[in-house]
Design a protein. Structure first.
Length: 228
């Protein structure tokens, strides 16, 4: 399941020192994806054994607070809950990044107390979802995951990687309405570096000031909106 590890991060889990685990494989093909090696061709990357990760976490107890699990898309792996359960037995906080396509697993993880924070991608408005993800997306599942997080007691964030071609004022308004009442929504500036579709290395992106113009629209629906 795991194809990568970053042993320490100060910035990925709000308020905690975490390590990051990367799962291989994803059911989306977002052209701007910054982890293309985890989406296609990940089979060529060496597997990091779960036992070795748990041994590492045992040794880091007291130095690390938390584990972030990201991908690829972690929830495509049926054995994810079993692994997280072992991590929780070591008393680590767990943050899960997801694209929201597996509400059943998300709900079960929350109900069992196995995750403490979740960051879910909102790729765009419902109308543009499949175009952005470049696969046929079951929007019912995405909406269900939104609802599960909003009704849960755990802290969560929704986030959108923003490209002008997918996101304008109308889209901001539609997304705001879709996730109305959410606690936190983040507009993410696309990072630099390689992308799944190399055209997205050089696409026009919004400036900080242009992104700020979306804040009042989104803030009328959402408790807190940030640019990252
Ligand atoms: S951005 Fe996320 S959801 Fe999209 S292809 Fe990459 S890993 Fe999958």
């Amino acid at each position: 399941m795991f194809r990568g590890i970053q042993k320490i991060s100060l910035i990925d889990y709000p308020g905690k020192l975490c390590c990051i685990l990367f799962t291989g494989g994803c059911n989306f093909r977002c052209p701007y994806c910054h982890n293309p090696e985890l989406v296609t061709g990940y089979e060529k990357l060496p597997v990091i054994e779960e036992k070795d990760i748990l041994d590492f976490l045992k040794k880091r107890k007291g130095l690390l607070d938390a584990v972030e699990i990201t991908g690829g898309e972690p929830t495509i792996h049926k054995n994810l809950p079993g692994f997280i359960s072992n991590v929780k037995d070591l008393n680590y906080s767990v943050k899960l990044d997801t694209n929201g396509t597996n509400p059943e697993m998300l709900s079960s993880l929350i109900q069992k107390g196995l995750i403490d924070y979740s960051a879910m991608d909102i790729k765009g408005t419902p109308e543009k979802y499949s175009e952005i993800a470049r696969v046929e997306v079951d929007l019912g599942k995405i909406s269900e995951s939104v609802k599960i997080l909003m009704e849960s007691k755990i802290p969560y964030e929704f986030r959108t990687t923003v490209f002008p071609e997918f996101f304008g004022e109308e889209d901001a308004e539609k997304i705001g309405k879709w996730i109305e009442g959410a606690r936190l929504y983040i507009l993410q500036k696309p990072g630099s570096g390689k992308t799944l579709d190399s055209e997205y290395n050089n696409k026009r992106v919004y400036s900080e000031n242009e992104l700020k113009e979306f804040l009042p629209i989104l803030s009328s629906f959402i408790d807190e909106v940030k640019i990252r």
